[in-house]
Design a protein around this ligand. Structure first.
Ligand SMILES: C[S@@+](CC[C@H](N)C(=O)[O-])C[C@H]1O[C@@H](n2cnc3c(N)ncnc32)[C@H](O)[C@@H]1O
Length: 261
């Protein structure tokens, strides 16, 4: 285990997170229905979301369960959540997922969406989740996927993948397998909802330049330039109109896991 752990608070992203990560209108209800199905959640369920952020998942899901606890290291992100309609439903806790302030066997399910890859000691987080889950309770892991077929994102990833080791503890390639590799047992099949967003190539490049994505926060200027140059070269070589918004296919995915035996 590393001795100096660097956690990635999203304080710096609170002002633009919803604009860059939000679901298109209506899709959020389809997305959270996957958690209800995967975790057999009911209006009596007591659940915890680690890395609750601005409530992208919590706000549409909270009305469908009994108690919704949300924990995050970023107060600024949770302040955004609190200001939104329905925000008062969620019990917010400022804290680190590696030290969960909850009793053993005290929650029915834990939700985690785009958070493990930010936490260097994510194995400690898994131990904590295992400790607080009631017997039979599940970890519901969710993630957006829009990189596989999108050529701009693929180009960026290929140009920067060799920096990944220093920028994130779980590589993009392992985003679906790291829990099984840690001994967590998948239950049922992966549930998926497909949707599409509109984005121009110029907006994508601008977001990279502005370091809107957490992956870029630990990259050097030279690493950033190498990745952006590759994306711009792709745009030029394929005669893409930088200003023309095009459809970006995406999926939201949920897989349920039981703790290791
Ligand atoms: C990419 S955002 C995801 C937010 C939300 N789950 C969603 O899907 O929109 C990651 C969130 O995890 C939080 N986070 C990062 N490391 C954390 C840790 N060690 N403990 C708790 N929260 C953490 C960040 O502050 C941020 O709000």
């Amino acid at each position: 285990m590393q001795t100096t752990l660097q956690y990635v608070s999203f304080d710096r992203a609170a002002d633009y997170y919803d604009e860059t990560r939000g679901f298109p209108p209506g899709v959020e209800h389809e997305a959270v229905a996957l958690f209800v199905e995967a975790g057999q959640l009911t209006p009596r369920s007591r659940i915890l979301e680690i890395g609750v952020g601005t409530g992208r998942i919590a706000l549409p899901l909270a009305p469908r369960v009994g108690t919704y606890l949300g924990l995050d290291i970023s107060l600024a992100m949770m302040q955004r959540l609190r200001q939104k309609d329905g925000g008062e439903r969620i019990i917010l806790i400022e804290g680190n997922a590696a030290h969960l302030p909850f009793a053993n066997h005290s929650v029915d399910a834990v939700i985690a969406v785009h958070v493990f890859h930010l936490i260097p000691n994510y194995m400690d987080v898994l131990d904590e989740i295992r400790r607080i889950l009631r017997p039979g309770g599940m970890l519901l892991h969710g993630w957006n996927d829009r990189g596989t077929e999108n050529m701009l994102e693929r180009t960026w990833r290929e140009a920067t993948s060799h920096f990944e080791e220093t920028t994130r503890p779980i590589s993009w390639e392992k985003r679906q397998t790291f829990l099984s590799e840690a001994g967590w047992r998948s239950v049922g099949s992966e549930l998926r909802h497909s949707y599409a967003t509109l984005r121009s190539p110029a907006t994508y490049v601008q977001h990279l330049r502005e370091r809107k994505w957490s992956q870029t926060w630990r990259m050097t200027d030279a690493q950033m330039e190498a990745g952006i140059a590759a994306v711009e070269a792709y745009i030029a070589a394929n005669h893409l109109d930088p200003m023309l918004p095009t459809q970006v296919e995406a999926t939201f995915n949920v897989q349920a896991f039981l703790p290791p035996n």
